[in-house]
Design a protein around this ligand. Structure first.
Ligand SMILES: Cc1cc2nc3c(=O)[nH]c(=O)nc-3n(C[C@H](O)[C@H](O)[C@H](O)COP(=O)(O)OP(=O)(O)OC[C@H]3O[C@@H](n4cnc5c(N)ncnc54)[C@H](O)[C@@H]3O)c2cc1C
Length: 493
């Protein structure tokens, strides 16, 4: 058994990676030790940038937009338009994603259960001919100069050896790949315990998220719709040691809502603790880590699954290019670009988590007294809200300091720079690089070789856009030599 890439783990990260690799015609094998995909809701928010990066994944014969993974996600989910904050005896409605989303086709936060997200990704993968091999567990691996030998234990307990040129651990927080790579997962566990329940709740206004703030911590209701109308998330008091049943959750909820919300018909209830941990490296030789195998943090900010899917998007085209004979250094840029993003997401979620949960006197005071006074101003604080929305949407993630980002001579002062995401890329057809060329300049000499598609457009700037939609090279018309040097360095030989 052999494949160019073995993807270990068929959570959202592994599924997205396998789908991107298949789009680049890479031979890929994906295994998961679980008998079936997850049916719990878990991550329920899909950020605008995630919908953008999945838009290029299409299957079936027709070219219609409904054939993209993103369009299917959008059809299955619902858009979260606002948040109602209940604090200090007031209810304040804060609009969400109503501004700062001027440059994306997906200007909203999409609420969809992770089970549905995984279903749609897995269905796409099956449609392009890649089956997830289930009940197959990676138990061991050995790196050789030209590949990796992997021991895979199947459903009948038999162990077979698979050969792969590269292995990507998308195998979650307890990653086997990470352990075999000898990479540390440094960090800590938060002391707080949370309860989560997908259920029905009478007495809540539909179609909006609700946050109840108290001195003891927050309680949230998110509008999930399927498999239940609401997702309840609440921090448990320190004195609670057992997993609360519905009655105990009702009692807790009454403490926040004054008895105005009635809980019933739970379809999933669990308690969990949260961690803040990052892999100290994203790569060891032919082994890579992506998603929760590389970083875990609190769900505050709804970034985890989204970050994993974008790790996958970043890595897939690089693996594909190197497998086609491209320069091996391309693979080093994965960690150079994604590890800083992972650290940034961890800081963001840690700050949001601390603000929401800390029981220290100043933070408690701010949460229960200051926030209720400031919130009515929130819809007028456009600048502050824009900053928060842009950050959480992941639209502004950029790789300006990457070795892959080059500003050539005459690069315009304005506009997105090398390393930035190019808003509205010229074509969403995966895969390949796109060259944006000034329409009044003589035709470029680089043909369509190396999957480089040329688009002519008004203006003076030359832009070379990577397969993941980030600008690799940017210059004025005088930057053609620099462009050639860039192509010589980074394209398949
Ligand atoms: C309660 C909860 C709420 C959350 N809310 C949000 C949210 O709102 N927004 C957000 O973005 N994120 C959220 N998250 C986080 C999100 O669920 C994770 O970030 C996401 O599932 C990570 O995806 P992954 O594919 O990297 O890993 P996982 O989903 O953990 O998938 C790993 C897969 O690897 C398989 N595997 C493991 N070891 C092996 C092995 N040795 N061999 C074969 N297969 C193996 C496992 O069976 C599993 O299917 C939440 C998480 C929880 C628990």
């Amino acid at each position: 058994m052999s494949a160019d890439v073995l993807v270990v783990g068929a959570g959202p990260t592994g599924l997205a990676l396998a789908a991107h690799l298949a789009a680049f015609d890479v031979s890929v094998m994906i295994v998961d030790r679980a008998a079936d995909r997850a049916h719990e809701s878990r991550a329920l928010a899909i950020q605008p940038r995630t919908l953008e990066v999945l838009a290029g994944l299409r299957d079936g014969a027709g070219p219609g937009p409904d054939r993209s993974v993103s369009q299917r996600l959008v059809s299955a989910g619902n858009r979260m338009a606002r948040l109602q904050v209940h604090a200090g005896g007031r209810v304040t409605t804060v609009p969400m994603f109503d501004l700062a989303m001027f440059d994306t086709a997906y200007p909203y936060l999409l609420v969809l259960s992770q089970a549905q997200t995984e279903r749609i990704l897995a269905e796409h993968l099956a449609a392009v001919g890649v089956e997830v091999r289930r009940q197959v567990t990676l138990t061991d691996l050995t790196q050789a100069p030209d590949g990796v030998e992997c021991a895979l234990r199947g459903p009948d307990g038999r162990v077979e050896t698979a050969h792969a040129r590269y292995v990507v651990g998308c195998d979650g927080a307890q990653s086997t790949v990470r352990r075999h790579a000898g990479i540390e997962f440094a960090g800590s566990t938060y002391p707080q315990v949370f309860a989560l329940a997908d259920l029905e709740a009478d007495g809540l206004e539909r179609g909006t998220a609700h946050a109840y703030l108290s001195a003891g911590g927050p309680l949230f209701f998110f509008p999930l719709e399927r498999p239940a109308t609401w997702r309840l998330l609440v921090m448990l008091p320190r004195s609670t040691s057992d997993t609360p049943g519905l009655d105990a959750l009702q009692a807790l909820t009454d403490g926040y809502t004054g008895g105005t919300v009635r809980l019933r018909d739970p379809v999933w209830m669990t308690t969990f603790r949260l961690h803040l941990r990052a892999a100290t490296a994203y790569r060891s030789g032919r082994l890579f880590l992506a998603g929760d195998a590389a970083h875990i943090h609190s769900p505050a900010g709804a970034q985890g699954m989204n970050t994993g899917i974008q790790d996958a998007t970043n890595l897939a085209w690089k693996l594909a290019a190197v497998l086609r004979g491209g320069p091996a250094e391309l693979l080093d840029t994965y960690e150079a670009e994604r590890a800083p993003v992972g650290r940034w997401v961890m800081r963001l979620s840690d700050r949001a988590f601390t603000a929401a949960t800390s029981t220290s006197a100043p933070v408690r005071f701010a949460r229960t007294r200051v926030v209720p006074l400031l919130l009515p101003l929130a819809s007028r604080l456009r600048r502050a809200r824009s900053t928060v929305l842009r950050a959480t949407s992941q639209l502004d993630i950029r790789y300006r300091h990457s070795p892959l980002s080059t500003e050539g001579p005459g690069a315009p002062r304005r506009g997105p720079r090398a390393g930035d995401r190019l808003p509205e890329p010229p074509g969403t057809a995966m895969p390949g690089w796109q060259l944006l060329w000034p329409s009044d300049a003589p035709a470029p000499e680089h043909g369509t070789a190396q999957r480089l598609t040329v688009h002519r457009r008004p203006g003076k700037a030359i832009l070379l856009v990577r397969p993941d939609g980030h600008i690799g090279y940017r210059s004025g018309p005088e930057g053609v030599d620099g462009l050639n040097a860039y192509i010589g360095r980074w394209f398949a030989g």
